[in-house]
Each structure stands twice: as C-alpha cells, then as structure tokens.
Design a protein around this ligand. Structure first.
Ligand SMILES: *Cc1c(COP(=O)(O)O)cnc(C)c1O
Length: 684
C-alpha cells in the first residue's frame, strides 16, 4: 500500500486534467500526480453552512467522477452520460421515477451513453497519438468480453464501436460463442485468448469463412500443434498470435500476470520453438500478432512503458525470424482512477488515457523505425477502462446502529469507584488532556469488565460503566476531529465510534472484488449533499456473513476506514424505526463485478435498467429484472411447486391437529407463495 507519489501531491494545485481523452500531453508522460487538494475547512468555532462544494471535496467526486458525475444545486448527484458533450439527469430523481415503475432497490443503472463515450475517448486518444507521432498505421481496439458479458452491453458495444472497427476478445469457449454471433463489424478483430482445445481452434479458424478476422493467440506451447492439425484437417490457415511472457514486471494486485511464473504465455525459448515448428509446417505466414497482458489496473505509467518497450523488441525480432507480423496487441491494464487521486496508488493511476496511447504509439514507432520495419496495427484489450464508468449501483439504508450513548445519571458516593472514576474522566476531558483521558477511560472500562467477571459489579453497574466509557470516547472524538493532527494512538477511535449502516445489498453479489481483493469503489449518498454528513459509518450488508461489509473507502491519501454519512431522518406517523429513504450509490463498478457476483445466502442478481439520454430527458431502453426467489432456489435444485406443496401439506396437518387457525394457515400460505415470486432483497 505504498503511495509513492503522494509526497509530490500534497501541494495545493488546482489543475485538474480536462476530459481524460482529449488532454494533450508530452511524449514522456510519466508525470507525478497533481490532484486538486482541498482540505475541509476547519474554521475554529464559527460554523458555516455546509455546501455542495464541501460534499464535492469530501467525496472527491471531481477526482473520480469527471466528466460523468457531479452534484447539482439541489444536493443530488447528476449524471452527464455523454460526458462534456451532452445533457445531464438527476440521479436521485431517476431512482424515484424507477421506483414508481416497480423497480426495487438495489438497482443497477447502466448508462449506455457512458459506454459510448468511453469507446469514443479511447479511440480518440489513439487517433490523436497516431496523428501526433505520424504513426503510419492504425489502432483497432477490442473489448475483452470477460469484463462484462451482459448481452445488452455487448450489443451496444459492438454498435458503438462500428465507426472505429472495434472488435471483441474472447477468453473462453462460451465467450467465443458470444463474440462469433455478435460481432458483425467488417474489419474488426476477434482476438481468441485463453486455454484452447481442438474444437475452439477449429471453430475460430472456420469463422474466417463468415467474414470474421479471428486471431488465435497461442498461450500454451501445445496449442501450436493443435493449430497445425487444424490447418491440415480444414485446409484453412488459422491467423495466429503468440502471447509473450514478458519479463517486465506488472504492478499491484495483478502484477504476477507477467514474468517468468505467469500463468499464460510463452517464454522466449518457447516462442523460438513455436516459430521453428510453424516454419517446418510451412505456416510461419500464419503468425501475425504478438500479444501480452501484464495485469489489470496498472497504476504506474513507467510499468506500461517498460512492457511496451520489451514487447516491441520481441515484435521486430519475430518479424526478423520470418513471421508475417502485422499486429501488436498490448492487452489490458489501462487503469481506472477509483479514488481520483491521480497517483500510482493501487486504486488510482498516475497517467491519463492519452498518456497511455502516446506511450504505446511512440514506443512502437521508434522501435520499428530503428529496425527499418513497417509498424503494426495496434490493438489493445482495455476492459476496465471501457466498462467501469457505465454502471451505478443504487441501494438503500435499512437502519443504523449507533454506539453513541445516553449519558446516565451522575454517580453517587455509594457507587463503585470505577464508575465514579469514569464519570470524573468524562467530566475532565479538555483539549489539553484528551489523549490521556482516552487511555484512562479505556483502562477504567477494562477494570469494570474484569470486576464484573469476578462478580464484584452488577449487570446494571457494568452497563453504566460502559455508557460513561462511550460518552468519554464521544467527547474525545469531538475534540480530536478539531485538531490538525490526531495522535497515532487515537486513530482507531473513529473506527470504534463509527455507526453501522445496514444496507440493502449483498457485497458478494454486487461488489465481490471489494470482499475478495479489497478493491475500492467510490461510494457516497446520491442526495442530501447540501447537508453536512454528521455521522461516520461503515456499511454492513444483508448476508449473515461477517465479511459482508464495506469498511474501506477511497481517500486522497491511502484509504479511510469510515465514511461520512447523514443521520437517518425519522419519518412521521409510522413505526418508531421508520425513516425517510436514504440512498447510497456505488460507482465505477461496471467491470467484472456482475459476473463474479455470487449467490451467497441466496441473494440473487439485482434489478438492472439501461438508460439512454434523449433530447427530452431519458428513455428506459431495457429492464433486466433481478432474480426471484424461485429462480435462486432453482439454482440449488429446489422446485418451487414442490416447496409450496410441502408447506401446504404441513399446514393441513397442523390444521388437523388444531395447531393453527384457518386464517393463520391462509396467511402463511399466501406469504410463502407470494415470496417465491419476489425479489430476494428486502423491500423498504
Ligand atoms: C482480463 C484481461 C484483459 C482486460 O484487462 P483490463 O485491465 O480490464 O483492461 C485484457 N486481456 C486479457 C488477456 C485479459 O486476461
């Protein structure tokens, strides 16, 4: 979790990159981060009114959200799905409108215009780099299907990509099935990665007859034999690529995708052997592409550069050995700035999309020119950078748990000493002794617990001791928050005092990477942003799993362990626990999360809608209903008819035995049956 460029980033610098894709940059683009840094103003004493600008700073929305997400005067998040080129809509109002159409939360909202904008940007960046360096070749990107295979999304992607001859990448046989049937753009590439058997290679090869340009990328030495056999059998020559195991190191979580121990790719000796094999089979003309992928979310531009440098050398060497080289495929890895810090932190990246394109284009051109070889068509397989921004998950808060206590009556002389000590500590807390008081209070509380263990303290007295302890912490925290520097030993206090916000979602279903690999997604309320969030909280999901929580959040430096949230507003009339809806949004989660989400506790797919901007507002293009209970139960081989029949028979028996009334039986059966056809999440 090092954050090397942070040191350079702490100066106040208001320069914010203009729209990522269109910013110009120098060829040596490994610049250090220059984030906009605005500490929340801690004007001692006088309280100003909280503004939406305060929320912008707090949640860093300009850092990670530009140009798609911002805050309007009403304190709601707005979405500008066409970036800086088009209109915007109020996310909070959209959610309310969707709820009126019976689309319950949690709700995944996909903005197809954002998807289009991402494709436009990526292609514009490469076009600009190609023009800038007079690169005598073209760029033909592909989308790695594994990033998000949803049909509506892939169909949109193919359509939006047509003007740029944007293609697809498949990493498995089922993904190949999708790509073969969906891609219909003349000249677009179909890159075939992953482990392959005979059937995979034959299918891909024959697809040339349908007008496809399938490139079978050899990832394992044995696949060369399969390719040779395919030609002999079919009489159609496959177009082949080779995946190189670069020695250039990746970085971060996926750093091990490169290097000698990587799972995929051929080492240099294996590549040489493959070339020899193909030459003997009279198939060296089939070898046209060099591919590498050094891992996802590359946060440092120097890593990108190092890899492209090594790969372009391998490319020219393969050409020199007689291969018919035409394409250089730089794989994925183009990062997403989840925390908006523009640093090489794992949740960020210290370069823009334009920097990335510039470095790829410049490096390849230089190497090919030096060696007097024609330049390749450049291919990239950027998944995360294309698919992340387009979807937003909106979910509601069901309730909160607060450790903040009611202060008990002051103790009397007859009360146990430990309680009196805690009370005295509470009374005496000031700016000058709050650190000492923190430790005193903790010690007295320990003492109280241990006395209770020995039977010297009643349960009621222990309760009072704990209440005073929490009161001390609350008072200390209030002082600590006013200070410029919080002493190290008090850092846990925010965490200890944080409220738990119970949220209507399953982390395992909707943000599996947050659970599995501690990935950070920007999270914030989508309304009330003109109000100060006075609470600090962590999120707990619906599953009965203590891992089903989110307790790490984006921050300018490193991560923070509590999120600033609003207290729930009581709604009148109803039960004492009912409150006005409080909606949170999880952003940039359009890549990988949906397909990796699992059915832990049988929480199923969430509802999803596709929204497109129109001149008059927006249009709901598709509604993809989330799983019903019947559907998730079906995944584990329960038939809902059988289940209902079972309950019916039991009810009948209970009726016979006078264990249940007829009305109760009716209600039970109705509820049971109705539930099965319902959403797996809670209804507010
Ligand atoms: C996963 C993967 C990608 C996509 O990587 P991103 O970082 O999401 O752009 C591209 N190519 C290959 C071979 C992959 O395995």
């Amino acid at each position: 979790m090092t954050n090397q460029s942070i040191a350079a980033a702490t100066e106040t610098n208001p320069s914010v990159e203009s729209s990522a894709g269109l910013a110009s940059s120098s060829p040596s683009s490994a610049h250090l981060a220059e984030p906009k840094l605005s500490e929340p103003q801690k004007s001692a004493g006088q309280k100003r009114r909280w503004t939406i600008e305060d929320s912008e700073d707090l949640y860093r929305i300009n850092g990670w959200g530009e140009p798609y997400f911002s805050i309007n005067a009403a304190g709601h998040i707005t979405v500008s799905p066409q970036g800086d080129r088009g209109g915007s809509l109020d996310l909070y109002e959209l959610v309310r409108a969707l709820k009126l159409r019976n689309l319950a939360l949690p709700l995944l909202i996909r903005f197809s215009d954002i998807l289009e904008d991402r494709i436009e940007r990526l292609n514009a960046c490469f076009a600009k780099a190609i023009a800038r360096y007079n690169y005598p070749g073209v760029y033909r990107g592909v989308f790695p299907t594994k990033c998000n295979q949803q049909r509506h999304l892939i169909e949109d992607l193919v359509r939006f990509g047509k003007p740029h001859q944007f293609g697809l990448e498949a990493g498995s046989k089922p993904e190949l099935m999708i790509a073969l049937a969906t891609l219909d753009t003349p000249g677009a590439l179909l890159i075939c990665n992953g482990y392959k058997d005979r059937e995979y290679i034959e299918t891909a090869t024959l697809a040339q007859r349908l007008g496809h340009t399938p490139i079978v990328v050899v990832e394992q030495a044995e696949e060369v034999d399969l390719a040779i056999e395919a030609w002999r059998k079919l009489g159609v020559k496959p177009i082949l690529g080779i995946r190189a195991k670069l020695s250039a190191k990746g970085i971060g979580r996926w750093g091990t995708s490169a290097g000698d121990r990587a799972k995929f790719g051929l080492t240099v000796p294996e590549m040489i052997r493959a070339v020899d094999q193909l030459r003997s089979a009279d198939m060296l003309d089939c070898l046209q592409l060099l591919h590498y992928h050094i891992g996802s979310q590359i946060s440092a531009i120097n890593v990108v550069k190092e890899a492209i440098r090594e790969a372009s050398q391998i490319y020219v060497e393969l050409a020199r050995l007689g291969a018919n080289m035409k394409y250089l495929d730089v794989g994925g890895g183009l990062g997403v700035d989840y925390d908006g810090s523009k640093t090489n932190f794992y949740a960020s990246k210290n370069y823009s999309m334009q920097n990335y394109a510039n470095d790829v284009v410049a490096e390849v051109k230089e190497t090919c020119e030096e060696r007097g070889l024609p330049v390749p068509t450049l291919v990239s397989e950027s998944g995360r950078a294309i698919a992340s921004h387009q979807s937003v998950l909106v979910f509601d808060v069901l309730g909160t748990s607060d450790v903040r206590p009611h202060l008990p009556e002051p103790p009397q002389d007859k009360d146990p000493l430990v309680i009196r000590n805690l009370y005295e500590t509470y009374q005496s807390i000031t700016v000058d002794n709050y650190q000492e008081a923190y430790h005193d209070a903790a010690q007295f509380k320990e003492e109280a617990v241990s006395m209770f263990g020995f039977g010297y303290l009643s349960l009621t007295d222990r309760a009072r001791a704990e209440q005073f302890y929490w009161a001390c912490n609350a008072k200390i925290l209030e002082i600590a928050r006013q200070q410029e520097y919080v002493p190290d030993d008090l850092e846990d206090l925010e965490k200890i005092m944080a409220s738990i916000y119970y949220v209507n979602l399953s982390v395992f279903q909707s943000a599996p990477d947050s659970w599995a690999i501690d990935q950070l997604f920007p999270l914030m309320p989508i309304h009330r942003l003109d109000e100060e969030p006075t609470q600090r909280g962590t999120l707990a999901d619906l599953t009965c799993d203590s891992d089903g929580k989110i307790d790490q959040f984006i921050d300018l430096r490193d991560v923070k362990y509590v999120l600033e949230l609003h207290s729930l507003k009581r709604s009148e009339g109803d039960s004492p626990h009912s409150h006005e809806p409080y909606y949170l949004g999880m952003f940039l989660n359009g890549a990988y999360q949906e397909i990796m989400g699992n059915l832990h506790n049988l929480f199923g797919d969430t509802n999803a809608v596709h929204i497109k901007l129109t001149p008059k507002g927006y249009q709901i293009e598709h509604v993809v209903k989330g799983d019903t209970m019947t559907e998730v139960l079906g995944y584990v081989q329960y038939d809902s008819e059988d289940l209902i029949e079972n309950i019916r028979q039991r009810t009948e028996q209970a009726l016979q035995e006078n264990q249940i009334t007829l009305q109760e039986a009716q209600l039970l059966l109705e509820n049971y049956e109705r539930s099965l056809s319902r959403y797996t999440y809670l209804s507010a």
